[in-house]
Design a protein. Structure first.
Ligand code: TEU
Ligand code: CA
Length: 604
């Protein structure tokens, strides 16, 4: 694998709408991000990915772009954007934008022109068909219903893989592709360092379009079925790379869920379409064809196996981008730790977890008075306890360390670094996200009661990650001086940046030490490039692995349960580089790990 400038970096995802509001209108903005750059520098991150800030009706929070050359006024101005790039650069940081080019907004001028004249040039920018012939295929859109909707004011219909306000661009049309490349170069010329590439697998449809077997009562089939039949995406991706990114040595990370077996090298090998792609393998655990409302809890063993299998798959072919959460997913700590935290059976007494290490987690446990998950219901879905499980900070640090020390480029999603958790929705009206609203309907149609449906979608809702960033114990978590566009998580009194900064045992400071270790000259080579080898893989609820560099071996250990357990050491410990607890119980070549204990050791 060729070495690249970005390999030893740490990346951070900003969801601008919820990051920091500088002018009190309740919506986070670019000047707000600039104000917080020193905080991000303090944390130690290098690459900043901004979710979309282009002009947009925000039907899907900016993933529906109506002008690729403008900043939405709610987020700021082009001058603000230029200033952000400059200010980031002066701090040694790199800015990535979100490249959303599978679809645009139905308010984009291309789509308006297509509506005005479907037979004209812009009709061919989209997938159109005559209404009189019925739907060309039975594909279901990701956000519910058929991918086909009438093209207003015409006798045509158009295709949208996502929401009906997100018409798919016709990549088969070379003019569309050239328009997209022109825009990418325009941004790179501004000094952008690259892009996160949205939903990119969808640009290639299986043509000619046809029906696939229906998988739900609606008679439609999941979009991934169609994708598995689509051939030839590589030609588009290679062309895009050569006409844009490659000329600038730009960094790109693809949002790729469904590459085909054996395709990893084509995507992220030395001559790949992208620099990197996200390792979503952990996020695919427990999925259910009936919908995300029915997804199962993730166990420690499943999490560990998904990580190891992904690492084996990628090997030295390329560099995954690793994550535990993003703006489309539940909070990682709630998702990956809840099942383990709840399985003690003491959840009802509110004593789940270790807690003791840090006043904060104990306080919030007492405040919520409960934690853990309930059992399966008749439908096979796991019901949520009244409120989401409260996770203690020792466990949060363990999860942080376990994914951070994998081989790859770690991404932190805003708020993850302070251990932000899922929110508790008491009514579907509190949910803004279009995808969650569809899942809620699907759950009701599957026969769940409104309460169960709310609890089920609450566990996976994208809004869990979209609540305002928790800066301090001040009104609205210090996010805005006005009314936030989405309600903040009430746990901001305990979980916030200000309370954790400089406090030795905080989740925030633990993330800082993980980042610092990645930058430490003495260990960087091994942390970044060292081969990964699982250790005692069969030992239950222990996730352990070596990172082996030249003449240096690190051992990463995480006790993925609240009970303690003994682990046999493979040799003599030279140094303890990280430990999320004060305790250290080593005896006769074995180590007693407390519940949720995590450590990075240098071995002799
Ligand atoms: O996500 C693509 C995608 O596959 C997700 O929509 C996923 O299926 C869904 O979030 C599960 O709930 C990207 C963006 O990250 C997402 O925010 C956008 O809504 C979507 O594309 C459309 O642009
Ligand atoms: Ca604002």
């Amino acid at each position: 694998m060729k070495r690249q400038w970005w390999h030893n970096k740490t990346a951070y995802q900003i969801y601008p709408k919820s990051f920091y509001d500088s002018n009190g209108d309740g919506i986070g903005d670019l000047p707000g991000i600039i104000e917080k750059l020193d905080y991000l520098k303090y944390l130690g991150v290098d690459i900043l990915w901004l979710s979309p800030i282009y002009q947009s009706p925000l039907a899907d929070q900016g993933y529906d772009i109506s002008d690729y050359y403008q900043i939405d006024p709610r987020f700021g101005t082009m001058e603000d954007m230029d200033r952000l790039i400059k200010e980031a650069k002066s701090r040694g940081m790199y800015v990535l934008m979100d490249l959303v080019v599978n679809h645009c907004s139905d308010e984009h001028e291309w789509f308006k022109k297509a509506m005005a004249d479907p037979e004209g040039e812009y009709g061919n920018f989209f997938y159109l068909a005559d209404q009189k012939d019925g739907r060309p295929c039975n594909w279901r859109s990701y956000f519910g219903g058929s991918v086909w909707d009438p093209l207003p004011g015409t006798d045509k219909q158009y295709l949208h893989m996502f929401h009906k306000k997100q018409p798919d661009l016709n990549w088969e049309n070379p003019k569309v592709r050239q328009e997209i490349y022109k825009n990418i170069r325009w941004w790179l010329d501004k000094g952008l360092s690259g892009f996160r590439i949205d939903a990119i697998i969808n640009i290639k449809k299986a043509l000619p379009m046809q029906d696939y077997p229906a998988d739900r009562a609606d008679g439609l089939c999941a979009p991934d079925v169609m994708l598995s039949h689509a051939e030839g995406i590589g030609e588009f991706l290679k062309e895009m790379r050569d006409e844009t990114f490659r000329k600038y040595d730009a960094f790109t990370v693809g949002e790729v869920f469904n590459e085909k077996p054996g395709e990893l090298e084509k995507f992220i090998g030395d001559d790949g379409y992208f620099s990197s792609m996200f390792d979503f393998n952990e996020h695919l655990i427990g999925q259910d064809p009936r919908g995300s409302w029915a997804a199962k809890d993730v166990t420690a063993e499943e999490y560990k196996e998904a990580c190891f299998m992904a690492q084996e798959k990628v090997g030295d072919v390329g560099f995954y981008s690793t994550l535990i959460e993003n703006h489309d997913e539940a909070r990682g700590v709630s998702r990956f730790l809840a099942a383990q935290a709840g399985k003690c059976g003491r959840a009802a007494e509110g004593q789940c977890g270790q807690g003791g290490q840090d006043g904060q987690s104990t306080a919030s446990q007492d405040a919520a008075g409960q934690c853990g998950q309930e059992g399966q219901d008749g439908q096979g879905a796991v019901k949520q306890a009244e409120a989401p499980a409260v996770i203690n900070s020792t466990a949060k640090k363990m999860l942080a360390g376990l994914y951070f020390m994998l081989r790859g480029l770690p991404f932190i999603y805003q708020g993850q670094e302070i251990g932000m958790e899922n929110v508790h929705f008491t009514s579907i009206d509190e949910v803004d996200d279009i995808s969650t609203r569809f899942e809620y309907q699907t759950a009701l149609e599957a026969g769940l009661s409104p309460e169960d449906a709310l609890a089920a979608v609450g566990r996976s809702s994208r809004d869990n990650a979209r609540t305002p960033m928790q800066w301090e114990d001040a009104p609205h978590a210090g996010f805005t001086a006005g009314e936030p566009w989405l309600k903040e998580n009430p746990n901001y009194h305990e979980i916030n940046v200000k309370a954790q900064m400089g406090r030795k045992d905080s989740v925030l400071e633990f993330y800082r030490s993980l980042i610092a270790l990645r930058k430490d000259e003495q260990y960087q080579e091994t942390v970044v490039y060292g081969a990964l080898e699982p250790y005692r893989r069969e030992q239950k609820n222990l996730m352990a692995y070596f990172r082996k560099g030249q003449g240096q071996t690190l051992l990463v250990l995480g006790n993925f349960q609240e009970e303690g357990q003994l682990v046999r050491l493979p040799g003599k410990v030279k140094a303890v580089l990280l430990n999320n607890l004060e305790s250290w119980e080593e005896e006769n070549g074995s180590l007693w790990l407390q519940g949720w204990q995590f450590a990075v050791l240098e071995m002799e």
